[in-house]
Structures are given as structure tokens and as C-alpha cells.
Design a protein around this ligand. Sequence first.
Ligand code: FAD
Length: 491
Amino acid sequence: MKIIVIGSGFGGIASAVRLQSCGHEVTLLEKRDKPGGRGYVYEMNGYKFDGGPTVITAPWLFEELFTLSGRDPKDYYRLVPLDPFYRIYFSDKTFFNYNGDKESILNEIRKFEPGDVEGYLKFIDTTEDIFKTGFELIDKPFHKISNMAGILPDLIRLRSYRSVYGYVSKYIRNEKLRQVFSFHPLLIGGNPFQSTNIYTLIHFLEKKWGVWYAIGGTGSIVNALLRLFNELGGEVRLNSEVDEILVENNGRPRVKGVRLRNGDRLEADAVVCNAELATAYKTLIPEMHRKKNTDRKLDSLKYSMSLFVIYFGTNRKYDNIPHHSIILGDRYRGLLEDIFINYRLADDFSLYLHRPTATDPSLAPEGCDSFYVLSPVPHLKAGVEWKTEAPKYRNKIMSFLEKNYLPGLQNHISAEHFIDPVHFRDDLNSHLGSAFSVEPILTQSAYLRPHNKSEDVDNLYFTGAGTHPGAGLPGVVSSAKIVADLIGPAK
Ligand SMILES: Cc1cc2nc3c(=O)[nH]c(=O)nc-3n(C[C@H](O)[C@H](O)[C@H](O)COP(=O)(O)OP(=O)(O)OC[C@H]3O[C@@H](n4cnc5c(N)ncnc54)[C@H](O)[C@@H]3O)c2cc1C
């Protein structure tokens, strides 16, 4: 079949590789000048910044994309394990070094609350069961109600109606430790107070298989996958924004191709859409072809938070800062409520600080560091005037970092760029400028999440953060497997 994939995020590239590997003729269309989607790489003054994903887990999901066409992934990219996975700082400057070693974790817990050791051990025991059940679902399609019926008993048994924070709190009493073991849903755009406890599986996943870094940055995995796709005979077209998914209707709507912004029309037997799901349905497919995914239905969904991210290079090194730091502010629940529920840009923030040069000096000139700092912020429903707010917000974060973590920072910056929710809306075509699309809550999961196979238009499929299983690299790469399985090999 002739297949068009719209969007070169990880979900799009992984779909393109899988479909090309099993004999289809695939063309990958990307709006921007470089591939990767949220994994776009910014290069400035000799510094390299991964735009988005930095924490690599479940490495076998990437490896499989190479082995299915008989390749050895080692010939394409190299992953190295990280220790610690993260350092989590609290506002009083105490910190928790988080890694996969049980004894080391127990020692860290003892620093804060020796009485919580026993509760933690019980907690990790239960996450194994949650992982085994939850991870099973990650690459299975959920577009039929019968798919859902099969998993309901497990969801009830695992008490998936409880939030991650609520579940962790059952086992752990110390508030700082509760934060350490409940922040994980934020990595995929979920509020720990609202996401189902199934996401505690991330803790088990990291503990058992580690947290990895791709030498050269996450962009090197994007490049590796594109190299593979080219070798398999696939075609990539950058600067090619799709304006419409063309549909013919001989009794039932069915895709027949796409129309590009420049007016070109490309025919296809099937279209795999990796462009963010809500914007794609709303702007690429006329509403007369959408009985199920109406504008009203899409507007009624809850969308995840957005992000403010500053990429910056320093002309000195900050060797005391580890690869991944999470810098928590005084407020945890209150701040998350402001972001996810009140849609209010708060005066305070919690940050994720990325310093890949702690592991890989190749991302900056010699003697220099490459960083990004990320602050979760509400999506555009908050009505923040980012044009005027962004520079102020940037200054607030950089002053905070200078005062508390990176002395002299503002005098040592030699490259800088920032993105805000408007970037997610305008450059990445994401509804409400959400960084992770449809929010991962129980009532928007599995069958209740927008489907990988369109109910409205035949031969139209969705891959990426807004569909099942959801955001994060393991999720979107698994959505590609679902789509490729649904389409099947070339006949
Ligand atoms: C700052 C940040 C940090 C993150 N950190 C991590 C992490 O450490 N680990 C992790 O696992 N996950 C992380 N995530 C989440 C993860 O990056 C995303 O969930 C995932 O990359 C999304 O992939 P996707 O397949 O949905 O495609 P996207 O990355 O959303 O890409 C979609 C692509 O479609 C293109 N497009 C849109 N509309 C059109 C159109 N009409 N025509 C042509 N092209 C179009 C866009 O330009 C874009 O390139 C992070 C996300 C962000 C934003």
C-alpha cells in the first residue's frame, strides 16, 4: 500500500519505519525544517540542545525498530545508563538521589524518614504487579469496547481509580518522600493527584531496566531511525505541512490522500496521522466526515499542561549539577492545582534541569555546559499573554537558578532560546498549546482515549501522544506498533 505518515515525532517515525519494514511504500511528511517533533534539536554557537525528551526508558522498544528489519541497533546509536536517574532537590536544599539500586534508595529514604523503609518495600512489591498488567496494554489496540471489557477486572483489582499520589501515600508518610515517588506522571503530562495509579509502573520500569541517555543526545535516536527509514527505501519530506486529509465518500468516508499547504496533492491508500490528534481532527478533516470526533467532543476532553523551556549554554562548567535534576518548590499539590485545574500561572514554580554535558561533553564546546530548564505551566486556556509574560518568566527562572544552583549564571550564558505554550500551539500544531495532548486520566485511557484507528474515516490511523496509550517515548513508540499491526504487512 501507499501510505502517508503526517508528522515526524517519535510516533510518526516509528510508524514509518515499521510500515516500510513490512513492505509498504511510505512517505513521511513533516511541517518543520527538521524531524523529531518534540524531539527537535536546537543548535546554537557550538551547543546542541535536545528540545524535548531526555529520559530514555524501555530501550528494547527502540531496539525492536531496528531488529525487525535484521539490523543491529548498535550500528545506529549508543545508549549509556545513568546513575543517579534523577536528583530531586527540595526547597530547603536537601536532596534525594534516585537510582535503580535498592540499598541506595533505602539509604536515601532513611535520610528523610527511617520509618518509611518498610512502606516503600511494600510499595515496590505492588508496582511489579501493576507494571505487568499495565505494560501489557501499552501496545494493544483499544478501539473496540470488547478490548476494554477484558481489562476491567484488572483495573478494579489494582485500584486504578486511585491517584498516583493517593496510592503512594498509602505506603509512605513523609511528604518529601511522597513527592519523590509520585512525580512520575509529570513526565508524560499527568497530574500525580489525578492520574491513575497504573502510572506507578514507571517507577518499576525505571528500577528494573534503568534510565538511559543516547550519546549525542536524544536527537541521535531520531537521526538513527531516519537513516534506517531511508535505507529501507522510505521518503521523507521536510517543510511539508499537510493542510487537509483528503476523504472520498462512496457510502462511507475513506482517505484518499493529503493536500499540502503549497497546494500539492498526494494520493495514498492509508494515512497515519502523528500530528497532534485534536488539532488534526479539527483542522485537517472537514467536520461533515466526523460523526464521532466532532469539534464538540474534542473540546470536551481534558488536555494536559504546557511547558516553558529555556535552552541555554554556559561558557563554564557546573560540575556539581547532575544530568537530571528535579527542583521542587514549596508547594506541590497547590502548584499542580494551579497548573491543571485552576489554569493559573503561579508566582512559584518547580523545575526540571537538564545538564547532558554531565554525561556527554560533545553537546557543548570544550569547558562549557549545555542545559535546559523546564517549568510546567498551564495550557492556553489560562489566557496568559505570553508575548509579554515570557521574558519576565524567563528572568524569574534564571535568577532563581543563579541564586540557588548556578552561581554567576547570567554572566556566563553564551547561547539561549526559549519556548512557551504558544510554540506548542503554533509550531507543533497542538490544541491549546498542550505539551502532551490529551491528559492521562483514567476516564481518558485505553478505550476511553481517542482511538488509533479512526471510527469516522476508513484507512485513517493515529499514532503519538493524543491517542492510546499516550505521551512519553515508550507510549508513542508503542502506538506505532499498534498502528502497524492494525494495517498489517504489504500483500
Ligand atoms: C520538553 C519536553 C520534555 C519531554 N521529556 C520527555 C522525556 O524525558 N522522556 C519521555 O519519554 N518523554 C518526554 N516528553 C514527552 C515526549 O517527548 C512526547 O510525548 C513525544 O515525543 C511525542 O511524540 P509524538 O509521536 O506524539 O509526536 P510529536 O513530537 O508531537 O511530533 C508531531 C510532529 O507532527 C508535525 N506536524 C504537526 N502538524 C502537522 C501537519 N499538519 N503537517 C505536517 N506535520 C505536522 C509536528 O511539526 C511534529 O514534528 C517530553 C516532552 C516535552 C515537550
